[in-house]
Write a new protein. Sequence first.
Length: 117
Amino acid sequence: MPAQFPAAVIEHLEPLIDGGRYPIKRVIGEDVVVEADIFKDGHDIVAAALKWRVLGRPQWHETAMRHVNNDRWRGLFSVYENATYEYTVEAWTDVFAGWVHEYAAKFEGGLADWDGP
């Protein structure tokens, strides 16, 4: 069995019309709020990013998604051009946040070893 599970699961992406078959509509200056259920097996800490771009352009823009509750995450971007945008959500195991969480728990429990191994 691997030391950690390889992938996060992303489900229930919103807004989405007919599974992404049709585009959502927004006006210039309006925010697109994107939510998704993101989780992993085990106790690993998950991080997620919302990526978006104008359709056909090579450069993606990226912003961190924030944990809302349970498995729900939210991110947003603003529409600044009258164009078709595309977006995607990426998620991964945040190894550093996991280490910080574990160390904080040990420190609070009086188990921190300041002298090293």
